[in-house]
Design a protein around this ligand. Sequence first.
Ligand code: N2P
Length: 366
Amino acid sequence: MIRNLSAVFCAMLLAVAVATAPSCAADKVVHVYNWSDYIDAKTLNEFTRETGIKVVYDTYDSNEILETKLLAGRTGYDVVVPSATFLQRQIKTGVFQPLDMSKIPNARNLWPEVMKRLAVYDPGNRYAVNYMWFTTGIAFNTEKVWQRLGKVPVDSWDVVFKPENLKRVADCGVYVLDSPEDLFSIALRYLGFNPDSKKPDEIRKAAVLLAQMRPNVKKYHSSEYINALANGDICMAIGWAGDAFQARNRALEAKNGVNVSYVIPKEGTLMSLDSFAIPKDAPHVAEAHAFIDFMLRPEMAARNTNVTNFANSVLESKPYIDKGVVDNPVIYPDAATMARLFTVSPYDAQTQRLVTREWTRVKTGK
Ligand code: N2P
């Protein structure tokens, strides 16, 4: 309310052409909607200090949540961060505006390979610039899982998809991402199908495999597993790379003896790209561009990677990234690992309905 009043006052000043920059500076704002645990909060303060633009920062932990808001329109957000498949269909729906690259000079630092992969979803890289990219894998409490699985190596999706394995770790707690795109593509690959299959019979077979996990899964959730792993409340999660290492670091900081590992299973996994985009009806377009440009500075990108443990797409940021992160082959995969990663395309409306229905059944049995 107070902000609105001052905005009205500022607009009045402007109307009579007596406005001075400082009297309106307080109203410079950008509304950012990003994934949780996905930024070094200090970079937000620095952005405000340097530009005078205040950041109103909200978080989500699922593409479905973001998409529901975007499709309803008038989100009030200036910058959002969808994953590539969602981005592609959202571009087609017309919810984004093309980026003005002249306002994002740091885009010249973007990794050509990553932008090429993103161009599959956003032809010509017109609507989005990549923020982070990563894999989905198995995060686990090293000691607890080794105690329970003994000689079964944690290097295969067998660990979660063979009920006899998952059953052995169920007592120490297993979480699974509430993200059908990740789980269906991985299950399809495990069954020997194309991970991008849209064939209903193959999707149903994947759903049967996924549903077998349910009795041994404590929760389907896409962000709580970081703390749950770090605290020792759970011992395994199907989760995202950076989150797994955030869990490991939180446990190290807490000195609680919990040791978290992360593997990309040998059968391969999904690689995802999360990118900045500006909604068509964004109220603060100039500020949105300034925000994106700031986060693409090599030093800022490195800081966000150092804190989140997700790989960014600013090539020149690499010298500023902690050795343990940039040399970690499951954060910045080497060529051999890269060859095992697959990407997927968006579901058409009919397949989406099937996947949504089957995913609900996977999680609830109904
Ligand atoms: C951050 C999760 C971001 C990756 N916690 C999922 N898009």
